[in-house]
Design a protein around this ligand. Structure first.
Ligand code: UFG
Length: 326
């Protein structure tokens, strides 16, 4: 299938592009490179630098490249920033998506996969979280993604645009050539690895008084290659029809606490990781663990790298190989 991947030079996007190509699809990438890295794409992957909101550019791209499906990953995704600068999130995430969907309608492209997030659920008490849990985001980032999901349901009814929203829990790990290179880095695993590598002095643990076994927050880390595989299954299933829907993507089980992540990094790297206790970070739920039973049942997806050690090993290999650019 000829697939346009917006944000395809970003962390998850670049691995999705690799996976699409590996199984024989033809990815094309649109990325404005505000956060993405041009060198995250293998040589020969067709690339256009531009913005999803650029209607003439996107429409021409969709028509000229005879695109059959779009995977939309271009977005702002920092929870804290979304609280301090919500206008940016509504403009880029919702405004950008609406413009992209208009271009798709004009070019008659009717299959769409959205990068969505566990943040659409807010702070549910019942774990693991399934797709029928209440949708009550507690920050503008989650709110913008939920808004796009709602838009998509109406576009299916009105315009026959089929879509799947993939609600990621905590994407982590790396492929051979692509991994996390955020600036600034806010995510736990790359931060702890930078401490192990000696490029950061210590990691702050944001709160150890949560109602969890060791007092630190528990998250559901999913290997980026498993995440990428789900995108491929999603576009293939859209090709076969089916209603607009949303799927959780996590590994389930008990999840891993912040302290368990630190311990795993120590074990994998063999380096000391100094930690400092710090106050809770605003808006962090105690536990977020997914039930991904629905995508397992309906699309046959299975996580293959759910062991935290495997995830951390891949991220560590990436960090050491790419301390200079990827
Ligand atoms: N943490 C620390 N110290 C750090 C960084 C993080 O203790 O230096 C803790 C956080 O408090 C949290 C856990 O490690 O408990 C994981 O934090 P991340 O920032 O790595 O990930 P989040 O769970 O906060 O965020 C992820 C995605 C978001 C998404 C959110 C859904 O990155 O895009 O899940 O709630 F919105």
């Amino acid at each position: 299938m000829r697939v346009l991947v917006t944000g395809g030079a970003g962390y998850v996007g670049s691995v999705v592009v690799e996976e699409l190509a590996r199984v024989g699809h033809s990815p094309r990438v649109l990325d404005n490179l505000q956060k993405g890295h041009r060198d995250a794409l293998a040589e020969g992957v067709p690339f256009v630098q531009g913005d999803v909101a650029d209607r003439p550019l996107v429409e021409a791209l969709l028509r000229d490249e005879k695109i059959e499906a779009v995977i939309h990953m271009a977005a702002d995704s920092l929870v804290g920033e979304s609280v301090t600068d919500p206008a940016k999130y509504w403009r880029n995430n919702v405004g950008g998506s609406l413009a992209l969907l208009d271009s798709m309608r004009a070019a008659n492209v009717r299959a769409f996969v959205l990068s969505s997030t566990a943040a659409v659920y807010g702070e549910p008490e019942k774990q693991p979280i399934d797709e029928d849990a209440a949708l009550v985001p507690t920050n503008p980032y989650g709110d913008t993604k939920l808004t796009i999901e709602r838009v998509l349901r109406t576009y299916d009814v009105a315009y026959g645009l089929r879509s799947i929203a993939l609600r990621y829990f905590n994407a982590a790990g790396a492929s051979e050539r692509c991994g996390e290179r955020h600036d600034p880095e806010t995510h736990l695993i790359p931060i702890v690895l930078e401490v192990a590598a000696g490029t950061r002095p210590e990691v702050s643990i944001f709160g150890d008084d949560y109602p969890t076994p060791d007092g630190t927050c528990v998250r559901d880390y999913i290997h980026v290659l498993d995440l990428a595989r789900a995108h491929v299954l999603a576009i293939e299933s859209l090709g076969e029809g089916g209603p607009t829907r949303a799927y959780n993507l996590g590994c389930g089980g008990d999840g891993y606490s912040v302290k368990q992540v630190v311990e795993t990094v120590r074990a994998v790297t063999g380096h000391p990781v100094p930690v400092k206790m710090a106050p809770r970070r605003a808006g962090d739920p105690a536990v977020l663990v997914a039930s991904s039973a629905r995508i397992q049942r309906e699309l046959g997806w299975r996580p293959e790298r759910q062991d935290l050690r495997v995830i951390v090993e891949s991220a560590w290999r990436f960090l050491r190989a790419h301390s200079s650019p990827c």
